[in-house]
Design a protein around this ligand. Structure first.
Ligand SMILES: [Zn+2]
Length: 340
């Protein structure tokens, strides 16, 4: 009998569930069309139903170790309660962990979705060779997770790992958090579209204006494609993204001096457009980075089991599966905060 765990990615738009064994092999995956907007009880019903379906299928050959759930929002780790989530209205102070444990009679671990993505990349993705890593997820917003000694670093109340709100432009665009010029206001997909709209309104970006009129969805990807075709205003947007990331990374590298920083999420696909200015700013702003930068063309993925000696900035490799894989990893670790 193999032991497996269930990972749940409770995203803002739909619900994904996977069964993963202890070696990281994905044994089954369900993506439901459950619209999270349709309400909490419906989502919980469908989640439990889908988990039961996948567990039943595997019960002849495997034993369930538990369920890990990645949720967007602020989680009270000790009680497994979702305190607040901008993407899940109606879930305020909802005891997600206890409710699912009551229904399915197995161990449930609740965790922030950006933290589980970091754990996924640590376990099976870009950061398997190191014990300590930080992930930045560039999506609708900018999320992040800190993994130290192979475990998610939660801080005092579970709110650690919010690099999206590192200030990178002191008088910049206002942020929902109350500050201005946060990384999220420059390096998220939302911010890329906003900066493009600003350039279009200013009349300085004729190609972007044309693309906006022609494409049904004016996405960060469309702006990236223009940048790669040589459109200067589109290139300037991604250079600004790169400078913002470089500034934030320089802070993180100076503070943590850990070997790996992984950048994932949709906007990370625009790596070619933002990485040069990101690396230039990081090198300029961080003396710790300059002292630990890998030599040109160094192969840094294989540390031969020895201690890592370089600071590596890498693209994530698991894509949207990082959260699912990291969530499934949760019940396999014994590192959760004490339960009450
Ligand atoms: Zn902010």
């Amino acid at each position: 009998m193999t032991t497996f765990a269930i990972g749940v990615d409770l995203g803002g738009t739909n619900l994904r569930i996977a069964a993963v064994d202890g070696a990281g092999k994905m044994l089954g995956k369900i993506t439901t069309s459950t619209e999270v907007a349709r309400g909490r009880d419906l989502v919980i019903d469908e989640m439990c139903g889908a988990i039961e379906t996948i567990v039943d299928k595997l019960s002849a050959t495997g034993v369930l170790a538990g369920i890990g759930i990645g949720v967007p929002g602020i989680i009270e780790m000790q009680t497994g309660t979702l305190r607040d989530s901008p993407n899940l209205p109606g879930w305020h102070n909802y005891p997600v962990r206890d409710e699912i444990e009551r229904r399915l009679k197995t161990t449930v671990v609740l965790e922030n979705d950006a933290n589980v993505a970091a754990l996924g990349e640590k376990w099976l993705g870009a950061a398997t060779a190191v014990d300590d890593m930080i992930m930045l997820t560039l999506g609708t917003g900018v999320g992040g997770g800190i993994v130290l000694g192979g475990k998610i670093w939660h801080g005092m109340t579970g709110m650690a790992g919010e690099p999206g709100h590192i200030n990178v432009e002191p008088n910049g665009h206002p942020c929902n958090c109350g500050s201005r010029g946060c990384l999220e206001q420059i390096a998220s997909a939302t911010a890329v579209r906003r900066m493009a709209s600003e350039a279009i309104l200013a009349g300085t970006a004729p190609h972007m204006a044309k693309a906006m009129q022609e494409s049904a969805e004016f996405t960060a990807k469309v702006i990236y494609e223009l940048a790669m075709q040589g459109d200067a205003p589109a290139q300037e947007i991604f250079q600004r993204v790169g400078r913002a990331l470089g500034t934030a990374l320089a802070d993180l590298v100076n503070i943590f001096n850990i070997p790996m920083y992984v950048i994932g999420g949709g906007v990370a696909s625009a790596w070619d457009a933002f990485a040069p200015s990101m690396m230039e700013t990081l090198r300029k702003n961080s003396f710790v980075y300059r002292a630990t930068a890998p030599p040109e063309n160094a192969w840094t993925g294989d540390m031969n089991g020895g201690p890592p000696r370089f600071t590596v900035i890498s693209q994530a490799v698991l894509g949207s599966d990082a959260g699912l894989i990291g969530a499934a990893r949760l019940p396999m670790l014994s590192s959760h905060p004490p339960r009450i």
